[in-house]
Each structure stands twice: as structure tokens, then as C-alpha cells.
Design a protein around this ligand. Structure first.
Ligand SMILES: [Zn+2]
Ligand SMILES: [Zn+2]
Length: 227
């Protein structure tokens, strides 16, 4: 959390040098459950690394969700930000724990640059061009679908909420757990897990074969029964 607080202090100091802002982590933050005067910003598709605290297996995900609630007291010139970093579970452990994401300095900066724009727009009512919100571009090659069952945000339905930072792309949003990525994985959120994409296709192939076989059996039965 320190990296977030330091970078936030540095950025808000440049944007609003006269006002005092603080950022705190809050694991109980709920989407769209806002106290009066508070504003929300939901960042999807952030890129982070996770490590299991039980078996030390590590993985990357490009579908990490971050929820921010922010409030400005205009008279006191004090602002507060609460942040919740959604966690993911290890897929190798039978009884996994939710593990917190670990971000690089570069990715923290990208997310906080978007937050600065949101603070200026929502708290200071400055005109903001939504196109200025940066897309979190993932440079690492990641393959395989996003495992919604192991994602804390997916369980809470956060994945399906409006993605403010990537509005045009979100029009075509589909749950990655149900469909394999069509566009290169580094453009859309996915998890790096060798072989998982291959497994998906194998599973899909067998399901298709089974459906065709069933259709043939039903057809033959109907054909002979109606003669
Ligand atoms: Zn594990
Ligand atoms: Zn998710």
C-alpha cells in the first residue's frame, strides 16, 4: 500500500498543491455503496502479479479490478480516497486464500493518472475529456482466460459493471471465462497459465463432438420411430 500512498501524494501534490489529500486501503469498500458526497471510480483491466501464500505459485493477471471512493471537503480543502484492490485465489491449492495483487511502479502510476482525472472531474467539476483516461496496456504476453471463479471482484459482480476507463472497448465486453480471447491476449485481460488455453479448446472440441453425436442418435431414433 505504501507505493500507492507515496505515488498518490506525489501526483495529487502536482495537480492540487493547495489541498490536502489522503489515500487509505479499505477492504470493506462496496461498489455503488457511497456515503453522501462521495464519488466512485472503478478501474478494470489493471495488470498485476499474484503469489500464493501457501504453495508459492505465482501468476499474472490483466483483469485486476480496483475500486476507489473519493470525497472532497471544499471548505477545509481536504480530500480523502479509499481504495480496494480486489484479490485472486491460487488455482493449485485445494483450500486457497485470497491473495492481494502486487503492482509495478509503472502500473500504479497509470492507474493513479486515471484517478487524478476522475478527481478533477468528479470532485472539482473540471471539464475532463474521457479519451484522456489511459488504457492500461499490458506488455507481457499472457494467455488463457480470466478465471472468474477465483477472482474476488467477479464474485461480487464488479467485472460486469461499467468500465469508466475503457468505455468504447467495454461495449463489447464479454465474460472472459466463457469465451477464449479472440484478440491477442495482451490487449485484453487474461491470466498467464501455460496450457490453460489449450485445455479450453480441448474441452470445447469434446463438447461439440458430444452434441453432434446426440443429435445423430436423436435423428436416427425419430426416423425409425416415425416409420
Ligand atoms: Zn497455492
Ligand atoms: Zn474478475
Amino acid at each position: 500500500m505504501e507505493i500507492w500512498q507515496q505515488t498518490f501524494a506525489q501526483k495529487i501534490g502536482q495537480v492540487k498543491p493547495g489541498d490536502k489529500w489522503t489515500l487509505k486501503e479499505d477492504y470493506n469498500l462496496q461498489s455503488n455503496d457511497l456515503d453522501p458526497g462521495w464519488k466512485q471510480f472503478l478501474q478494470h483491466h489493471a495488470f498485476a502479479r499474484f503469489q500464493c501464500s501457501q504453495c508459492w505459485h505465482s501468476w499474472h493477471s490483466a483483469q485486476v479490478h480496483i475500486l476507489f471512493h473519493m470525497h472532497l471537503d471544499r471548505k477545509q480543502r481536504r480530500g480523502r480516497v479509499r481504495v480496494r484492490l480486489f484479490r485472486q485465489e491460487c488455482k493449485r491449492c485445494l483450500v486457497p486464500q485470497l491473495e492481494p495483487p502486487e503492482f509495478s511502479q509503472e502500473d500504479v502510476e497509470k492507474v493513479l493518472d486515471n484517478l487524478m482525472l476522475k478527481i478533477r472531474g468528479k470532485c472539482y467539476r473540471e471539464p475532463i475529456n474521457p479519451n484522456d483516461l489511459s488504457k492500461i496496456v499490458v506488455e507481457d504476453q499472457t494467455t488463457g482466460p480470466h478465471e472468474s471463479a477465483r477472482c474476488e471482484a467477479c464474485r461480487l459482480g464488479i467485472c460486469y459493471l461499467k468500465n469508466e476507463a475503457q468505455e468504447p472497448a467495454n461495449t463489447f465486453f464479454r465474460p472472459a471465462s466463457l469465451f477464449p480471447p479472440i484478440i491477442p491476449a495482451h490487449q485484453e485481460g487474461s491470466e498467464e497459465e501455460t496450457g490453460s488455453s489449450c485445455d479450453w479448446w480441448r474441452c470445447c472440441f469434446f463438447t461439440c463432438c458430444l452434441v453432434i453425436l446426440l443429435a445423430v442418435i436423436i435423428f436416427v431414433l425419430v426416423y425409425f420411430l416415425t416409420r
